[in-house]
Design a protein. Structure first.
Length: 495
RNA sequence: GCCCCGGUAGCCUAGAGGUUAGGGCGGCCGCCUUGUAAGCGGCAGGUCGCGGGUUCGAAUCCCGCCCGGGGCUCCA
């Protein structure tokens, strides 16, 4: 039984379906078919489209048949199973505590393992790109934020407070600190580009409704970098950065078709000369074209201080994320009166490039937790190996194996025989541990081990040395695959 | 920040004005000594988010606040 109800609002279509009032934000192609669809209820919310009408909106999804509906429900289940907010707790990576504050995550030891893995990865990239790591304070005199413009343009997101007679502000961005390092002495054109990087923790007072796990927080750490360079150096710098962004995405298993690049041009409200904008925008376009990268142009979407290139990528569930950003900036060099001595002896104004590769460590961590469904590749896994003695009689042997693994630099734990083997194996699967080493009487007598990988691959009775060699290679190459499979196939040949 | 929904032990959850708030996971203790995705038994663990109100009586009803979830808006 289906009937159309009056419109309380122009953009909502209301029907009564089997006695339940249903509001659809879109006009269904054939309203009379509504009754024959498979409908799943997603949520209920109230809206007040006009002063004298209250609308209860029941949100649901309709599919042509039960099979498609079930597939969608399965997708939602998958989302929940991969949700980094639950996995973060289960894997003991981080928590967000009501007492310490919303949007301010606390990273546990295991979470810091993943964090450090990402930071070390970016340190390598920074070395290749020539970015030198610096460290700057978290709090600055408000005067600095006046000079940078943040005091006026960004104030609603900033933490500004008074100490005695003077105001201070917690940093929402790292650039001003890096600028002051640049300004610490006169610069020559011969030095450029000067590149600074910092894993800088910034605080932005986001509105409470915008917070979302690690994906949207109030305190986060950027893998930030600023290059000070001549305008004619912009193109090469951007090319080098984008190449590295692609390298990083490939490392995490994102393919070309999962990456989307956009170029944002001059917005209406902006500073700088036409000439500067033209040069910078052309430099960005040329960089993208020379790399053979397809991109879309977002007219007028640039920052007020310069054009930018953003790299979005798509995770295994088809959701797009924006992390990497490369922005050209004419404004801050001017505001801080940055100069360098040109070859002709006159003072010139450098251009700045702001860039973040992962964007925020927190957000990127959340994305990879979800993308791997908690089963992190071995190089990032907080526990790489769990050693399981079958019975207490093998515990000394297990201790010896564990000790060797730890000395070789691996993150290993012993799970003693106080509970059953299958229970411990189940737990290792739940925690997404890459490898379990199982040692029973047979292994101990032969001085060997049995290794089982996450994908149910098993290498029986190999030597610890063989396993360490594979493990080492897997970690050093940051392999997304488990290299144990090589050992198992070898074993089959032998066996 | 706005709209709706929610908050019960470390985690998941039963409970809808009436005894000592019940269960599962996890934890601890004991038994078992285990060979590949949950062995058995016991014990501990709760200001029912916080504050106020209604009532003879509140986890349960009302108000305020805090926190979370879904959406809007915004971003890395």
């Amino acid at each position: 039984m289906l009937s159309r109800l009056g419109y309380p609002s122009e953009d909502i279509n209301c029907f009564e379906l089997n006695g339940v009032k249903v509001a659809l934000p879109i006009e269904p192609p054939d309203p009379s078919r509504l009754g024959g669809l498979a409908v799943g209820l997603l949520g209920v919310s109230a809206h007040n489209p006009s002063p004298n009408a209250t609308l209860l909106r029941v949100r649901g999804v309709a599919f042509e048949d039960e099979v498609k509906l079930k597939a969608y429900i399965e997708f939602l289940r998958e989302l929940r199973a991969r949700d980094h907010r639950f996995l973060g707790r289960k894997l003991d990576l981080f928590t967000i505590n009501e007492l310490s504050g919303p949007g301010l995550p606390l990273f546990h030891p295991k979470g810091m393992v993943v964090w450090r893995g990402l930071v070390e990865l970016i340190r390598e990239v920074n070395r290749r790109l020539g970015y030198m790591e610096v460290y700057t304070p978290h709090v600055y005199r408000a005067e600095l934020w006046r000079v940078s413009g943040h005091y006026h343009l960004y104030r609603d997101k900033m933490l500004i407070f008074k100490v005695g007679d003077e105001e201070y502000g917690v940093k929402p961005m790292n650039c001003p600190g890096h600028i002051l390092i640049y300004k610490s002495r006169p610069r020559s054109y011969r030095e450029l580009p000067i590149r600074y990087s910092e894993f800088g923790t910034v605080y932005r007072w986001e509105q409470s409704g915008e917070l979302y796990g690690l994906l949207r927080v109030r305190g986060f750490t950027q893998d930030d970098g600023h290059a000070f360079l001549r305008e004619d150096q912009v193109k090469d710098e951007v090319k080098a950065i984008i190449r590295e962004v692609y390298w990083i995405l490939r490392l995490f298993g994102f393919r070309e078709e999962d990456v989307r690049v956009s170029l944002s041009t001059r917005p209406e409200k902006s500073i700088g000369t036409e000439e500067q904008w033209r040069k910078a925008t052309e430099a960005l376009m040329e960089a993208l074209e020379e790399l053979g990268i397809q991109y879309t142009v977002k007219e007028g979407e640039g920052a007020f201080y310069g054009p930018k290139v953003d790299v979005d990528f798509r995770d295994s569930l088809g959701r797009w994320w924006q992390c990497s950003t490369i922005q050209v900036d004419f404004a801050l060099p001017e505001r801080f009166d940055l100069t360098y001595k040109g070859p002709d002896g006159t003072l010139k104004r450098p251009v700045m490039i702001h860039r973040a590769l992962l964007g925020s460590i927190e957000r990127f961590m959340a994305i990879i937790i979800e993308n791997y469904a908690g089963k992190l590749p071995t190089w990032l896994a907080p526990i790489q190996v769990a050693v399981l003695p079958i019975t207490r009689r093998q515990e000394d042997y297990a201790i010896a194996i564990h000790g060797r693994l730890v000395r070789e630099g691996f993150r290993a734990e012993i799970w003693d025989a106080s509970t059953t083997v299958s229970r411990r194996i189940k737990r290792s699967y739940e925690l997404g541990i890459p490898y379990i080493v199982i040692v029973g009487r047979g292994e101990e007598e032969l001085g060997k081990i049995t290794v089982r990988g996450r994908g149910n691959v098993e290498a029986r009775l190999i030597t610890l040395g063989q396993f360490i060699e594979v493990l080492k290679r897997e970690v050093e190459t940051r392999s997304p695959r488990q290299l144990l499979t090589e050992l198992t196939s070898k074993m089959e040949i032998q066996g």
